[in-house]
Design a protein around this ligand. Structure first.
Ligand code: MG
Ligand code: MG
Length: 266
């Protein structure tokens, strides 16, 4: 069953989603070569708790951390660890919070220092695909219109692999709600989009094939061919003319302007 949200409920989801974006922005100054990814997790958890919220992922189906940090060929659900960030890495940071009973969920992929031009392009295309999906998130369209927009741009126009095994989702009083929001599919198919629908749109795009495998930790998803992957996610509310984007990557891009190590890839 799809839970449609009232305008008041959407404002709660906006607060949670903005806190996620603020968490990302707070991390920016710490994302540099030599820093352990577990350090980012500590900072994020403290920041979220200081803002009277709880990390949404920690304990979710047994996931042990606040952030999913997925480096290079890791697609999603990577564990923060003693691994040090290195120049040339790309670091996907997925974060969710629960505040006042409502969830927010957003992801951003950070390039560390100089990265190969082909990887920069992967980030840019994945980022653009998120917004092509969001453009379709208006009343009267269907979920498949979002899915198709992302798949067409990434696979047909750019020859990347769209991950099939993991998808976007409804969000609200639960981190994951109906409907599923795949990043691949057919135009005009799937549930009709109505006012009050809040979804997390989150293309996970591989430079090579779409195939992935799970590591023995049971969580970390990596590309089968070992090529890099990128992930961007927004929580958005469907509206009549234009979707309302509840999380805010601009906060992250503002923080990036002051970073010595992270460059704007757009
Ligand atoms: Mg997420
Ligand atoms: Mg999500």
């Amino acid at each position: 069953m799809i839970h449609y949200k009232t305008p008041e409920e959407i404002e709660y989801i906006r607060k949670s989603s903005l806190l996620v974006s603020q968490t990302h922005a707070t991390l920016v100054e710490f994302i540099k070569p030599g820093v352990k990814t577990s350090k980012l997790d500590e900072i994020a958890e403290q920041f979220i708790r200081d803002n009277d919220a709880t990390p949404a992922f920690k304990g979710y189906r047994g996931f042990p951390y606040t952030l999913c940090i997925s480096v290079n060929e890791q697609v999603v659900h990577g564990f923060p660890s003693g691994r040090e960030i290195r120049e040339g890495d790309v670091l996907s940071v997925d974060c969710g919070v629960c505040k006042d009973g409502f969830y927010g969920d957003s992801a951003f992929t950070f390039p560390i220092g100089e990265i190969p031009e082909e990887v920069r392009k992967l980030l840019k295309v994945t980022f653009n695909s998120l917004f092509l999906g969001i453009e379709m998130a208006v009343v009267g369209n269907r979920i498949g219109d979002i899915s198709f927009a992302i798949q067409k741009y990434c696979e047909i126009d750019h020859h990347y692999g769209v991950v099939r095994d993991l998808i976007g989702h409804g969000i609200g009083r639960n981190l994951h709600e109906e409907p599923d929001v795949p990043n691949y599919g057919k135009r005009g198919k799937g549930p009709m989009l109505q006012e009050g629908l809040v979804i997390a749109i989150e293309p996970m795009i591989n430079m090579g094939t779409h195939q992935v495998r799970h590591l023995s930790d049971k969580w970390t998803v990596v590309t089968k061919d070992g090529k890099p992957s990128a992930h961007f996610e927004h929580t958005v509310a469907v509206q009549k003319q234009k979707a309302d984007i509840l999380s805010d990557h601009n906060l992250i891009f503002e923080a990036i302007k002051k970073s010595e190590y992270i460059k704007d890839f757009r």
